[in-house]
Write a protein that binds this ligand. Structure first.
Ligand code: SF4
Length: 707
C-alpha cells in the first residue's frame, strides 16, 4: 500500500479481452482509485479510458443490493432474504424439471463471469439438472473463432502472443476496430510501428475507423465480402509462387480442393465484388507474400456474421498456405471480445461444449466428464445456442430460465422477440450486479451479484494468459459472488431432485473450484494442471498450456508443425463466398453496421454510470454518408426514425464520410432504457452462422426517415 490507510490490491480489468492488470487503491471499504499494474504482461502499467475509470463506475445507486422476488407476473418485486429466494428458485426449478424434463430449463451466462463461476454453472446444468441448455453471450462474440480454430487447427487455441504484434512485419487487421475495442493492444501496435517504419499494416473494414490511423493500406471492402477478398489474396499468392509448399506437404491436408476453389477468385472479379481497386488488392497480397513474419488480427467484424466460420477459415488458410504460423511474429490471432470469453470456452460454457475443450457430441468426452463428476452419464441431447434458446423460451419449451451477468434484452438481435419471450417465460431468474439493465425488468427473482473489485477468481485473456481477479472491498448490501450463489442454489436443488447424489457443490471458496476444474484439462490442449492460485500469486499471470511440472507457460503454439487434430495435420477449408443474409433493397436501401465506441462497454450497465465516459460520445448517433444525408434532406443532429424489418427507433443523425455511400453505422451500446422506443438491437436480425450459430449483428437492411 501507499500510505497507512490506502491499500493496493492487484486484479484484472473487467472489460475487454486484452486482460490488463489493474492495481486497485482502496481503504478496505471503498475503491478510491485505479492504476495500471506495471508488471502485468498484458499492459505493463498502461490502462485505456475505460480501465482508468473503473473506480468511477459501479455507482451504488445502480447496484442490486438485496434479493427481490415476485410471485406473479403482474406484481412488483419485493425484497426478500437469500434463504427464501434460493428455496423458492430451487422449488420452481425442481418442479419444472420433474414435470417437463431437464430440457425445460436453461442457463444463459456470460463472458464477464470468472472461470470458477462458469465451472459451477456447467456442473450445475450438465451433471445436476441433466441438460445441455447452457449457453453464454460468448455465442454472440467468439463462437465463429472457436469453430474456426477447431476446424482448421484441431483445437480452440489462438496460437499467438501479444509480443507477436511487436515482432510482425506485416499485420492484417480485419473486422476489428482495435483502437476502440482493444485499446491497449492497439497502443502496443502503434509503438511497434513507430519503432519499425518497415512494418506494414493493412486494415480491412468497410468504415475508415480510428484503427486506420496506423494503416499503410485500408481496404474499405463492401460489407460482408471478406471471404472473397481472402480467397482473392490466396489466388495472387499462388500466382506469384509465394506459397510454402514444403510446409503444406509436411503439416496440412486439403490444399488441392482449396486451390481448385480459389481459381475462381481472380483479381478483377474480386476487386469488383469487394468494391476496392485491383491495385490495392495486389498490394495487399504482395505485402503478405513477401513478409517473413505475417500476423493477422480479427474480431467481431469477422465473427458476427452468417459466414463467420468461413471467414475465420479463410484467414487461417492464408497462414497455412504461407507457413506463417507457430513462428515469432506470425500467426492467425483472434482478439477475444470479452474479459473471460476464453475461460468460458475452456470450462465448456457453450451449449455444444464440455469442460477441458471437450464436445457434448463426443461419447468419450461425455463419459470422461461424467466419471470425474461421479454421475452415471451426461445428457447427450444437444443444448440450445443463444438464438435457439430464446426461441425456445418464446415458444414455451423452456419454462424456467436463469440469466447471469448478461443483458440479453439489450444485446440479442431482434430485440422485440427477446422482450416478448422474457415476458412470457413462467420463471426468470436474473443474477446481476446492476438492477438497471433492461433484462432485470423481466426478473421474477433478482439475485444481487458481487462485481469487479468485490470477488475472487481467474480469467483468461486473448493470448491464453490466466490472471487472478481479486477482491479489494466487500460487495455492497447483500450481494454475493456468482460462484457462491450458483453453488448455494445447486445444493438446494440437489436436495430436491430424486436420484441425484448430493455433495457435488460443497465448495467454500473459488480456489477449490479452480482445483477441481483444472484436473479436467489434464493432457488436453489447454492443460492447466501446473497452475494454481499460489503459483499465480508468486509468479504472476501465465499462458496455457501449463502442465504439471512446467516451469513456464507457452507463448506460441504449433512451432513444431504438429497440430492437435486426429492426424496431427492442419486442414485447409474450402468454402465459397456467401453474401450477408439481408441485402439492401428498395424498401430498406441502406446497410447498417454496428460496433463499439471508445469509452463504452457492452450495454453500459457499468460504463453508463460514469459521466466522464460520455464526454467522447454523448448519445448514439446514426452515421450516414453526406451524400445519403443530402438525398434525404437531413441535417446534422436531426432526429430520424431508423427502421428495419424487425423494429424501429429514433436517434439523431450525423454526416460521416468515413462510411461509403449506402452504409450506416450505429454504436451497439444503447438499450431501450436510454432511447425513445427500442434499443439498437431492435434493428438487427437473428440469422446465424450454420456452424457457430453466431448471429449476424453487423449487417442489416434499414431505412432512415426524418421524424
Ligand atoms: Fe481494460 Fe481492455 Fe482497456 Fe485494458 S484495454 S484497460 S482490459 S478495457
Amino acid at each position: 500500500g501507499r500510505g497507512a490507510e490506502t491499500l493496493t490490491t492487484a486484479s484484472t480489468c473487467c472489460y475487454c479481452g486484452v486482460g490488463c492488470g489493474v492495481l486497485i487503491e482502496h481503504d478496505g471499504e471503498r475503491i478510491l482509485g485505479v492504476s495500471g499494474d506495471p508488471v502485468h504482461p498484458a499492459n505493463f502499467g498502461k490502462l485505456c479510458s475505460k480501465g482508468a475509470s473503473l473506480h468511477l463506475t459501479g455507482d451504488l445507486d445502480a447496484r442490486a443490493l438485496y434479493p427481490e422476488l415476485r410471485l406473479g407476473k403482474g406484481l412488483g418485486r419485493t425484497r426478500t432474504d437469500w434463504d427464501t429466494a434460493l428455496e423458492h428458485a430451487a422449488d420452481v426449478f425442481a418442479r419444472t424439471i420433474r414435470e417437463h424434463g431437464p430440457n425445460s430449463v436453461a442457463f444463459y451466462i456470460s463472458g464477464q463471469l470468472l472461470t470458477e463461476d462458469y465451472y459451477a454453472f456447467n456442473k450445475l446444468a450438465r451433471a445436476l439438472v441433466g441438460t445441455n441448455n447452457i449457453d453464454s453471450n460468448s455465442r454472440l462474440c467468439m463462437s465463429s473463432a472457436v469453430v474456426g480454430y477447431k476446424r482448421s487447427l484441431g483445437a480452440d487455441a489462438p496460437p499467438c502472443s501479444y509480443e507477436d504484434i511487436e515482432q510482425a512485419d506485416t499485420l492484417l487487421i480485419i473486422g476489428s476496430n482495435m483502437a476502440y475495442a482493444h485499446p491497449i493492444l492497439f497502443r502496443r501496435l502503434e509503438a511497434a510501428k513507430a519503432g519499425n517504419p518497415q512494418m506494414k499494416v493493412i486494415v480491412v473494414d468497410p468504415r475508415r475507423t480510428d484503427t486506420c490511423d496506423v494503416a499503410d493500406l485500408h481496404l474499405a471492402i463492401a460489407p460482408g465480402s471478406d471471404v472473397a477478398l481472402l480467397h482473392g489474396v490466396l489466388y495472387l499468392l499462388l500466382a506469384q509462387g509465394r506459397i510454402d509448399h514444403a510446409f503444406i506437404a509436411a503439416h496440412t491436408e486439403g490444399f488441392e480442393a482449396l486451390q481448385a476453389l480459389v481459381a475462381d477468385y481472380g483479381p478483377t472479379s474480386v476487386a469488383e465484388l469487394c468494391a476496392i481497386s485491383e491495385a490495392d488488392l495486389r498490394r495487399c497480397a504482395d505485402w503478405i507474400g513477401r513478409s517473413p513474419r505475417f500476423l493477422s488480427l480479427w474480431c467481431m467484424g469477422v465473427n458476427q456474421s452468417t459466414a463467420g466460420t468461413a471467414k475465420n477459415a479463410a484467414i487461417i488458410n492464408l497462414h497455412l498456405a504461407t507457413g506463417q504460423i507457430g513462428k515469432v511474429g506470425s500467426g492467425p490471432f483472434s482478439l477475444t471480445g470479452q474479459p473471460n470469453a476464453m475461460g468460458g470456452r475452456e470450462t465448456g460454457s457453450l451449449s455444444n461444449l464440455l469442460p477441458g475443450h471437450r464436445e457434448v457430441a463426443n461419447p468419450e468426452h461425455r463419459a470422461e466428464v461424467a466419471a470425474y463428476w461421479g454421475v452415471d452419464a451426461l445428457p447427450q441431447t444437444p443444448g440450445l445456442s443463444a438464438i435457439e434458446l430464446f426461441e425456445a423460451v418464446g415458444n414455451g419449451t423452456i419454462k424456467a430460465l436463469w440469466i447471469a451477468c448478461t443483458n440479453p434484452a439489450q444485446s440479442m438481435p431482434d430485440q422485440q422477440r427477446i422482450h416478448q419471450a422474457l415476458s412470457d417465460c413462467p420463471f426468470v431468474v436474473v443474477q446481476e450486479a446492476f438492477f438497471t439493465t433492461e433484462t432485470c425488468r423481466y426478473a421474477d427473482l433478482l439475485l444481487p451479484a458481487a462485481s469487479w473489485g468485490e470477488k475472487e477468481g481467474t480469467v483468461t485473456n486473448s493470448e491464453r494468459r490466466v490472471s487472478r481477479v481479486r477482491r479489494a472491498v466487500p460487495a455492497p448490501g447483500e450481494a454475493r459472488a456468482d460462484w457462491s450463489i450458483t453453488c448455494d442454489f445447486a445444493r438446494r436443488l440437489e436436495a430436491r431432485l430424486p436420484g441425484v447424489p448430493s455433495g457435488h457443490f460443497a465448495f467454500d471458496n473459488p480456489e477449490q473450484l479452480f482445483e477441481e476444474y483444472k484436473v479436467l484439462t489434464r493432457a488436453r490442449d489447454l492443460d492447466l494442471c501446473g497452475l494454481g492460485y499460489t503459483l499465480l500469486e508468486t509468479r504472476g499471470p501465465q499462458q496455457w498450456p501449463f502442465p504439471e511440472g512446467a516451469l513456464n507457460g507457452t507463448p506460441r503454439l504449433y512451432g513444431d508443425g504438429h497440430f492437435p487434430s486426429a492426424n496431427g495435420r492442419a486442414r485447409f477449408i474450402a468454402e465459397t463466398y456467401q453474401p450477408a443474409r439481408e441485402q439492401r433493397d428498395r424498401h430498406f436501401p441502406l446497410t447498417l453496421n454496428t460496433g463499439r465506441l471508445r469509452d463504452q462497454w457492452h450495454g453500459m450497465s457499468r460504463t453508463g454510470t460514469a459521466p466522464r465516459l460520455f464526454a467522447h460520445v454523448e448519445e448514439p448517433l446514426l452515421d450516414l454518408h453526406p451524400q445519403d444525408m443530402a438525398q434525404r434532406h437531413l441535417q446534422d443532429g436531426q432526429l430520424v426514425e431508423v427502421r428495419s424489418r424487425r423494429g424501429a427507433l429514433v436517434v439523431r443523425v450525423q454526416a460521416d464520410d468515413s462510411l461509403q455511400p449506402g452504409q450506416a453505422f450505429l454504436p451497439m451500446h444503447w438499450g431501450d432504457r436510454f432511447l425513445k422506443g427500442l434499443g439498437i438491437n431492435a434493428l438487427t436480425l437473428p440469422a446465424f452462422d450454420p456452424l457457430s450459430k453466431q448471429p449476424e449483428l453487423k449487417h442489416a437492411g434499414i431505412d432512415v426517415q426524418p421524424v
